[in-house]
Ligand binder design. Sequence first.
Ligand SMILES: NCc1[nH]cc(CCC(=O)O)c1CC(=O)O
Length: 311
Amino acid sequence: MSVQPEKLIIATRASRLALWQAEFVQAKLQALYPACRVELLTMTTRGDQILDRTLSKVGGKGLFVKELETALLDGRADLAVHSLKDVPMDLGSPFQLAVVMDRADPRDAFVSNKYEKLADLPEGAVVGTSSLRRESQIRANFPHLVVKPLRGNLDTRLGKLDNGEYDAIILAAAGLQRLGLQERIRSCLSIQDSLPAAGQGALGIEILEARSDVLAALQPLSCPETLACVTAERAVSSFLGGSCQVPLAAHAVINGQNLTIQAFVALPDGTQVLRAQSSGPVEQAGQLGLDVAKELHRAGADKILATLLNN
Ligand SMILES: NCc1[nH]cc(CCC(=O)O)c1CC(=O)O
């Protein structure tokens, strides 16, 4: 028997990117269930209000999720749409990650008004990013560049580039593409040069564990391949205690029945970079992620992470 919900309310942050993502899900649900009222509940989260400090210093990713969860608990909304990258590894009861959708471009993008790519930047050029993951890889590959923090939503960040505060900035390609800003991308960093964050480019939908009705209604939006990849990626972060406070990257791809996961942990200054990789059957996605995490752990990831947490 098919599930025909009468009403579905989507909680979303108010940023342009979050709204695009929520409207994307809204349109998919409306197409699936023409008789259903699919509406948005737009909210401002603490993460959106804190613009003056580096996110890694104010408690990280959970900031973008909490207010939306309150709306789920209150019954003001039935589902919350997130960039999966911003979703904590363990949502914890009574919440669950109901669906992982098809992944967009997972790469990081190089954005500049003067240069084509990172390799073209001269000594001392200023690159904007507040991601320790991006910072560590830039510093490791291009030690002659200056990395300067960059906060705010996508429009704010682009504005700071345009007013000359930076020679170039690094942003997720997926966000720019979703907002129709793909012409701002001068080049994409290769997966090898800038290994993406766990879940980058994928959308996740969160609901209450108790809402089996919503879970069933959302299943057609699920992408099993992306789910397998992000399961492996999130297993790495989960084991190593990753959040956006640590320079941790994890990226998986599927080839036929085979999944390959690559991950790294680094010091933000790029002087130490630990890498690991594992391949195996797609069905073992979580285990493959765990294998990679344990290999990084044995190689000294715990010491790197401890150094960072004590700073
Ligand atoms: N850290 C913020 C964030 N969370 C999700 C995206 C967009 C890309 C995605 O969906 O992964 C971005 C922007 C960015 O990193 O430049």
